[in-house]
Design a protein around this ligand. Sequence first.
Ligand SMILES: NC(=O)c1ccc[n+]([C@@H]2O[C@H](COP(=O)([O-])OP(=O)(O)OC[C@H]3O[C@@H](n4cnc5c(N)ncnc54)[C@H](OP(=O)(O)O)[C@@H]3O)[C@@H](O)[C@H]2O)c1
Length: 261
Amino acid sequence: MEVALKTGYRLIDTAAAYLNEREVGEGIRRAGIPRDELFIETKVWISDYGYDATLHTFDKSARKLGVEQLDLLLLHQPLPSAFDRTLEAYRALETLLADGRVRAIGVSNFMPEYLQRLLAVASVVPAVNQIEVHPYFQQTALQGVHAQRGIATQAWSPIGGITSYRGMEKRSFDDPTLLAIARQHDKSAAQVMLRWHLQAGRCAIPKSVKPERIAENFDVFDFQLSNDEMGAIDALDTGVRGGPEPDSITLEQYGRSIPEA
Ligand SMILES: NC(=O)c1ccc[n+]([C@@H]2O[C@H](COP(=O)([O-])OP(=O)(O)OC[C@H]3O[C@@H](n4cnc5c(N)ncnc54)[C@H](OP(=O)(O)O)[C@@H]3O)[C@@H](O)[C@H]2O)c1
């Protein structure tokens, strides 16, 4: 974290379910960057859905992170088997927004059906839907809905890390098209993927624990992909999701208690 902040990163994405908010908070404090220069976002886990539980989970997260206010608070997943509770959780986010405890609210892994059901009743359009997007899984229809409704697409696994750590058939880092484009610009496949997101207007949140990769993934502001190169990357979509099917998320299987601060 300190290396990332020293390198120039300013957006920090975490989640109650990652069980690392306290360590993230410590890293932020140690780096000594003024709070108003950082963008800190976290996510509410499904076990804390419901109006009161979600209000309380904000307190847990904010205390662990050591901040008064969050820049963005997301619902981590829709909970299809208890969608009413998901909606109540979102209503709590609207309250936190109105009270100034969070600067923006949003969702994650909301597929079109659940996004539509949310939009039908919400008073605040989510600022962000954080979803899996990398060259092999692009979710263009969902991104189209975002564009229509003014929702920012935030890409998780933006360099296709999930194709690697989940041992999928094709690893994004070995893709011949990406490697050929990378050679043209004297960059890496990861840098080309990040540039592709930026030029498409998406927010990307790459992760690495290695200082040299943290620096590499930030060094993407000195080159430009051509329209042909952008099109060639768009054409790599396989439609195969790396993460769990959002519909398969249930409390029975994925519920876990989020500790108090
Ligand atoms: N909302 C959700 O449901 C959800 C789900 C998954 C992730 N996320 C968020 O999205 C962030 C990023 O997603 P992600 O970790 O799945 O994938 P990612 O950022 O696309 O890739 C990370 C993986 O790629 C490796 N890597 C990083 N930079 C590299 C480079 N330049 N060259 C080669 N390998 C590189 C990392 O290993 P090393 O660390 O060893 O470098 C790690 O295994 C997460 O940290 C999390 O905040 C959200």
